[in-house]
Design a protein around this ligand. Structure first.
Ligand SMILES: NC(=O)c1ccc[n+]([C@@H]2O[C@H](COP(=O)([O-])OP(=O)(O)OC[C@H]3O[C@@H](n4cnc5c(N)ncnc54)[C@H](O)[C@@H]3O)[C@@H](O)[C@H]2O)c1
Length: 270
């Protein structure tokens, strides 16, 4: 049977280590036949990501800070050469910006800098990368995906400014999808539940959040990072060719929960 992404060229942003959501997506795309290029945030990250990229035979991995548009331009220029001007998909799995202590406690205390950096790193970076790769994506049924969280739609304790950024990211996805659709480019978003990663470790009481979502999700557990990676294949491959501008939850159903009281056993049996 043909692999889902056989012959496709993809760019993955946001691998920091083996726990990163981006790494699990990259591995899944590679298993499905894609040829991958990746970027990582800075030199400190290299020793964690190099063995990962090499394990999937990736020949292109470059440092690229998404807040530096000059660096994005240079690295995407190198990618253009490497992939001979062709790119079939992008995985944008990047978030950052809040200052120390801004992902716990009161939202009202968010600093101007933390607010602006969160928007630049977690939202606008998608536009920056897309602008620099548009010529490679155009007219080849390309797919772009980013990663959001339910905190963009509903209030989650401690998620604070990142919730505002995720709301903007999901709206950004819709505007980009509307704008780029005429060039055959689809833009979508996955919204995973809670997964232990480096970024998540900065969110106050994250372990409690994990326990709470598992206890109140319809599936009575959290979705795994492997399940998130599997769902990414739908958005990135031809199987999702009719989907654009969408945010798809992969959270064991937690986002549908309103009130979840225990059901009495007796009544349950009728
Ligand atoms: N872990 C979760 O529970 C969870 C749930 C829903 C959504 N998400 C989202 O998933 C995405 C990936 O996060 P993760 O949980 O895998 O954590 P992670 O720490 O592994 O990934 C975050 C990535 O963002 C990169 N990054 C931050 N600032 C950058 C910059 N200036 N330039 C370039 N790269 C930069 C980091 O280097 C890192 O690779 C994020 O958008 C996050 O908000 C995570």
């Amino acid at each position: 049977m043909n692999k889902l992404l056989q012959g496709k060229k993809g760019l993955v942003l946001g691998v920091a280590n083996e726990h990163s959501i981006a790494w699990h997506i990259a591995k899944k795309c590679w298993e499905e036949g894609a040829e991958l290029a990746s970027t990582y945030q800075n030199e400190k990250t290299l020793r964690f990501v190099q063995p990962l990229f090499e394990s999937i035979g990736s020949k292109f991995y470059h440092e690229m800070d998404v807040t530096r548009e000059d660096s994005v331009q240079v690295v995407m220029g190198k990618l253009r050469e490497h992939f001979e001007g062709e790119l079939d998909f992008i995985v944008h799995s990047v978030a950052g910006g809040p200052k120390k202590g801004e992902l716990e406690g009161r939202f009202i205390q968010t600093s101007r800098q933390g607010f602006m950096d969160s928007m630049l790193i977690s939202v606008f970076s998608l536009n920056v990368v897309l602008k620099e790769t548009l010529d490679m994506l155009r007219n080849r049924d390309a797919a772009v995906m980013t990663v959001s969280y339910m905190g963009g739609e509903r209030v989650v304790t401690n998620y604070n400014i990142m919730g505002v950024a995720k709301a903007a990211l999901e709206s950004n996805v819709r505007y980009l999808a509307a704008d780029l659709g005429r060039e055959g480019i689809r833009v979508n978003c996955l919204s995973p539940g809670t997964i232990k990663t480096r970024a998540a470790s900065g969110i106050g009481a994250f372990n409690q959040l994990i326990e709470h979502t598992a206890a109140h999700s319809p599936l009575r557990r959290n979705a795994t990072v492997d399940e998130v990676a599997k769902a990414s294949l739908l958005l990135l491959s031809d199987w999702g060719s009719g989907i654009t501008g969408e945010t798809i939850y992969v959270d064991a159903g937690f986002h549908i929960t309103g009130v979840d009281l225990p059901i009495e056993e007796e009544k349950d049996r009728g």
